[in-house]
Design a protein around this ligand. Structure first.
Ligand code: ADP
Ligand code: ADP
Length: 229
């Protein structure tokens, strides 16, 4: 059973008097442990696909399921990273990573705190736990956002152009961090990018999308050596 399954998914946005067909007949399976990128120009519907999987947007037609369950609102077991990080500037880096643990029982919070420290160390932010987000570079902020998304160990990671706002050098570094994280954890990743190079480097498969109306034009297998764990 695929981890993510989309069948005949269409999405129409009603904007005032006109309808905008954002997606038409999307068929997509993402297998457990796979790194799949959605690649395509701005406006082809990549974010809409991701938001339908995240339960943040309803579909107009078709079915979406995650882990065999139909998506009806944000499912659990999901980590999400957006282009713009959502770190709170008045909380330390560690407190930011711990946000998803806020309503957990005290005992579980202790375990999650060690997890947070481990994750921050893994992305080279060990020395920045008690600093504030405004003291960090853009790349470091996205690293912290990734730690936050991974805190509760979701099996599915959704990433909407997470490195799109970073300079090329920082982006390359984050790409390597993400490759390593994926090799270690074998999360199922659905990743959005408009960079062909990034898609090829990171993915096991790339779904190439085309606009007007948004659709999947082809799916390409990528067979590059992966980092060893
Ligand atoms: P991409 O992520 O590939 O840039 P999007 O999924 O953001 O594409 O958008 C696909 C199309 O749907 C675009 O034409 C966009 O303007 C439109 N769109 C996206 N979100 C909305 C919305 N909330 N309301 C109306 N139109 C939208
Ligand atoms: P991206 O291209 O990175 O997916 P956009 O800048 O197109 O992001 O869209 C950012 C936000 O604006 C999204 O939440 C999307 O739903 C919304 N949006 C995009 N296009 C429209 C639109 N035509 N009308 C209303 N909202 C839109």
């Amino acid at each position: 059973l695929p981890h993510v399954r989309m069948r005949g998914v269409g999405k129409v946005y009603q904007t005032g008097t006109t309808d905008l067909v954002a997606l038409t007949n999307i068929q997509l399976d993402v297998q457990d442990g796979e790194f799949l990128s959605l690649l395509g120009p701005s406006g082809c519907g990549k974010s809409t696909v991701l938001r339908c999987v995240a339960g943040l947007e309803s579909t107009t037609t078709g079915d979406v399921s995650v882990g065999g369950q139909p998506v009806d609102g944000p499912p659990s077991g999901l980590g999400v990273v957006f282009q713009r990080d959502v770190l709170l500037d008045w909380r330390t880096v560690l407190q930011n990573v711990m946000l998803p643990a806020e309503f957990e029982p005290a005992e579980r919070q202790v375990a999650l705190r060690s997890k947070a420290l481990y994750l921050l160390q893994m992305v080279g932010l060990g020395a920045y736990c008690d600093r504030y987000p405004w003291e960090l570079s853009g790349g470091m902020r996205q690293r912290a956002s990734i730690c936050r998304a991974l805190l509760t160990d979701p099996q599915l990671l959704l990433m909407d152009e997470p490195f799109g706002a970073l300079d090329e050098f920082t982006r390359d570094q984050l790409n390597l961090d993400l490759l390593r994280i994926w090799a270690e954890t074998r999360k199922t990743v659905l990743f959005i990018t408009h960079s062909i190079a990034e898609a090829i480097l990171l993915s096991t498969r790339v779904a190439v999308m085309a606009p007007n109306p948004g659709r999947i034009a082809e799916i390409v297998e990528i067979d590059l050596p992966r980092p060893r764990t």
